[in-house]
Ligand binder design. Structure first.
Ligand code: 5GP
Ligand code: ZN
Length: 112
């Protein structure tokens, strides 16, 4: 999608600090980190949000979990990190290309 920020990052039109890339998945650091380690893992396929994941995308979305966990370990936070997906503006979603946030590097209280 030409007007999608993350599709532009995928296309290389907007720079990002990439942590991982293959033909299906891209991971890059969040521009406004909310933790010492904060990066995003996205499918290259433009899917709007978690609610927009179709049956055919299930394997791809599972791959985000596997790759994201590997990167978290490489970033030194494999023993404790949080995964967040915001779905919809009401939940704080600002970029409408599905993305997995991974946050780590400080204590994350639970319940929030
Ligand atoms: P959302 O609020 O949609 O769940 O998360 C969007 C995330 O994308 C935010 O954490 C925001 O800081 C990040 N972000 C927005 N624009 C850019 C950008 O141009 N580059 C990078 N690397 N991250 C961005
Ligand atoms: Zn997109």
């Amino acid at each position: 999608m030409t007007d999608c920020l993350f599709c532009k990052i995928i296309a290389g039109d907007i720079p990002a600090e990439k942590l991982y890339e293959d033909d299906e998945v891209l991971a890059f650091r969040d521009i406004a980190p909310q933790a010492p380690v904060h990066f995003l893992v996205i499918p290259k396929k433009h899917i709007v949000d978690p609610a927009g994941v179709s049956e055919e995308d299930e394997k791809l979305i599972g791959k985000l979990m596997r790759i994201g966990s590997q990167i978290a370990a490489e970033e030194g936070v494999g023993d404790g990190f949080r995964i967040i997906y915001n779905n919809g503006a009401k939940a704080g979603q600002a970029v409408f290309h599905i993305h997995m946030h991974i946050l780590g590097g400080k204590e994350r209280p639970w319940p929030m």
